[in-house]
Write a protein that binds this ligand. Structure first.
Ligand code: CTP
Ligand code: MG
Length: 255
């Protein structure tokens, strides 16, 4: 089976406020885009990666993505010739096959949802499972992606990695508290989220409104969605203090 991996990296990073797209922000020896793709090294089985990049930074994104995934061959759509020539097949004990990892970098859209849609369209048709991941969560470990993909294959359902909510959550009307939902039934959703490829494609085709994540979009299309344990390293970089947390983590400092 081939796993499709959509990485959405086309956002502008307004809340981070660095003055360039968030995925192209440098942090400890690489951009967030590179960190996210490097986490895929060693992913078991065949992998098709599709990156949705900022339309104005396609060349840079393509260069960074190829460097971060040196084993990747350009996806068919981006190849000048149908199949690149390959080197000495006996060079290493287990050389990766030509298409073990493919990479496509396409322009994202105005919303996260349209960026995901563009990247899904750039995936080859033979993926059985698609993972959708935010470049803004560049330190999500490979094991998390493997756990999500495994659960999709085992169940045929959509799968969201989640962490328990630590704060007590209030539902408001204006500034008035109208409800305190039972915390034990609440979780925080992360990415990568995984789906059977045909169901995800169909859900995106039938989506009529903007959803806050892919699991919500898939559920609206009737797909059952279940959870697996998330990972603290899959935290999202949204504001400047998240960037500080990430750089502390990279430096190996305790938090
Ligand atoms: N994203 C995208 N295309 C968009 C908007 C968002 O690919 N039009 C991606 C971002 O690159 C990010 C993920 O979706 O990896 C989550 O979005 P978010 O954290 O909101 O990133 P930004 O939209 O870039 O940040 P902000 O909302 O602060 O502008
Ligand atoms: Mg955003």
């Amino acid at each position: 089976p081939r796993t499709g991996f959509v990485l959405v990296a086309a956002g502008s990073g307004t809340r981070l406020g660095v003055g360039r797209p968030k995925a192209l922000v440098d942090l400890g020896g690489g951009t967030l885009l590179e960190h996210a793709l490097r986490r895929l090294h060693g992913f078991p089985g065949r992998l098709a990666v599709a990156v949705a990049a900022p339309a104005g930074h396609l060349d840079a994104a393509r260069r960074l993505a190829s460097a971060a995934l040196p084993a990747a061959t350009p996806a068919l759509a981006e190849r000048a010739d149908a199949r690149p020539a390959h080197g000495d097949p006996d060079a290493s004990p287990a050389p990766p096959a030509a298409d073990d990892v493919t990479l496509a970098v396409v322009a994202g859209g105005a919303s996260r949802q349209s960026s995901v849609a563009a990247a899904i369209d750039a995936l080859p048709g033979d993926c059985d499972v698609v993972l959708v991941h935010d470049a803004a969560r560049p330190f999500a470990p490979r094991a998390l992606a493997e756990r999500v993909a495994g659960a999709v294959r085992a169940t045929g359902d959509g799968v969201v990695p989640v962490l328990p909510v630590v704060d007590t959550i209030k539902r408001l009307s204006g500034d008035r508290v109208v409800e305190t939902p039972e915390r034990s039934s609440l979780v925080a959703a992360q990415t990568p989220q995984g789906f059977p490829a045909p169901a995800l494609r169909e859900a995106y085709r039938s989506a009529t409104i903007e959803h806050t994540d892919d699991a919500a979009l898939a559920a609206a299309a009737g797909l059952r969605v279940r959870t697996v344990p998330g990972d603290v390293h899959a935290f999202k970089i949204t504001r400047p203090d998240d960037l500080e947390r990430a750089s502390r983590m990279l430096a190996g400092a305790s938090e």
